[in-house]
Design a protein around this ligand. Structure first.
Ligand code: GDP
Ligand code: ZN
Length: 317
């Protein structure tokens, strides 16, 4: 029978059957060979074939993976392997905040790039909008919107913007990512007070810590918004991270993931040999001077490219 992977690590996973049963399942070796090369073989959101234990019906074995629609990965910096954060998602939700911890546009840009590389639509959630939003922050938010990205401005503390966010989340499966401290757990608890009732914020984190520290957890709940609309939400929460490192993106391709630079990059007469960092007559420089590229987005591109070049150099050393 088929089941949905809710969470798990190494060789044990919690799998929910179509009847709503949750089984603790181990991987049954050989058939899952094609999952090698990943830091983790399965992620929340995966659909698997399972065999229920006859003697112990709360347990089972995972015999095969149903092919994924998509997978959201990041580079695991320790092992330099792709780490699958979530599978089969409709959108990537990148949570950020204006301060406390400081606004990190680079983190968001990286998530936008990785989501685009997997052809998963990304969405930005600016949490803590009850705090002061500095002009530099607002400026970047406006720029993302100008580029066509959806940005929700919300507050887990006051509840502002959560009806709009849940309307977006309705009937979708989305993965939540964000640097530690931006308020992912708080957002989840405000969206789903039951989570709060059953497990206080701290113990929810604690619980997650026991299950797995490197993988996320699949959450499914209904939220009634302030107009009485019921929203069916499925979210894969991933552990907060300090960095989001890109996987499988070549330095020279990076520019094509920046919609405001893509066209000029193709048009640049110096082609692939152009570093786009000051060559006279470079098409990117012209667009930059015309003000059509936010200087900080250009900075993102420059910094991320340098980082990818360093990683590529390591691969060949
Ligand atoms: P996580 O690491 O992303 O899960 O972040 P937490 O949910 O643990 O929140 C980190 C801190 O930010 C906590 O002290 C929260 O009380 C605070 N916080 C979360 N959401 C908001 C918000 O909307 N407004 C304000 N002012 N603080 C918030
Ligand atoms: Zn150029």
């Amino acid at each position: 029978m088929k089941g949905l992977v809710l969470n798990g690590a190494n060789n044990f996973f919690t799998v929910q059957t179509e009847d709503g049963l949750q089984l603790r399942c181990s991987l049954k070796g050989k058939k899952l060979k094609d999952l090698q090369g990943f830091y983790n073989p399965l992620a929340p959101g995966d659909t698997v074939e399972i065999e229920q234990d006859e003697l112990n019906p709360e347990q089972g074995q995972i015999t095969a993976l149903v092919p994924r629609k998509n997978g959201f990965v990041r580079r695991n910096q320790k092992s330099n392997e792709p780490q699958l954060l979530a599978a089969n998602v409709d959108a990537v939700i990148c949570v950020t905040c204006p301060e406390r911890p400081p606004f990190r546009p680079r983190f968001v840009d990286r998530v936008l790039i990785q989501a685009d590389a997997e052809k998963i639509p990304p969405v930005i959630v600016l949490n803590k909008c009850d705090l002061k939003i500095a002009e530099t922050v607002q400026d970047r938010i406006d720029d993302w919107r100008r580029l066509g990205y959806t940005v929700f401005t919300v507050s887990a503390k006051t509840g502002e913007g959560l009806d709009e966010l849940s309307a977006f989340l309705d009937e979708k499966t989305c993965v939540l990512t964000g640097q530690s401290g931006v308020g992912k757990s708080s957002l989840l608890n405000t969206l789903n007070p039951e989570l709060n009732l059953k497990t206080a914020r701290v113990s929810y984190k604690y619980d997650r810590g026991i299950h797995t520290t490197t993988q996320g957890v699949f959450l499914s709940f209904t939220r009634k918004d302030s107009h009485g609309n019921e929203r069916h939400i499925q979210l894969i929460d991933t552990p907060g991270v300090r960095n989001f490192s890109l996987w499988d993106i070549k330095p020279e391709q990076l520019i094509y993931f920046f919609p405001e630079m893509e066209k000029a990059a193709v048009q640049c007469t110096f082609g692939l040999s152009c570093s786009h960092t000051g060559e006279k007559g470079c098409a990117i420089q012209k667009v930059l001077e015309a003000g059509a590229i936010h200087p900080d987005r250009y900075e993102s591109w420059r910094l991320i490219k340098a980082e990818l070049e360093m990683l590529t150099a390591e691969d060949y050393s």
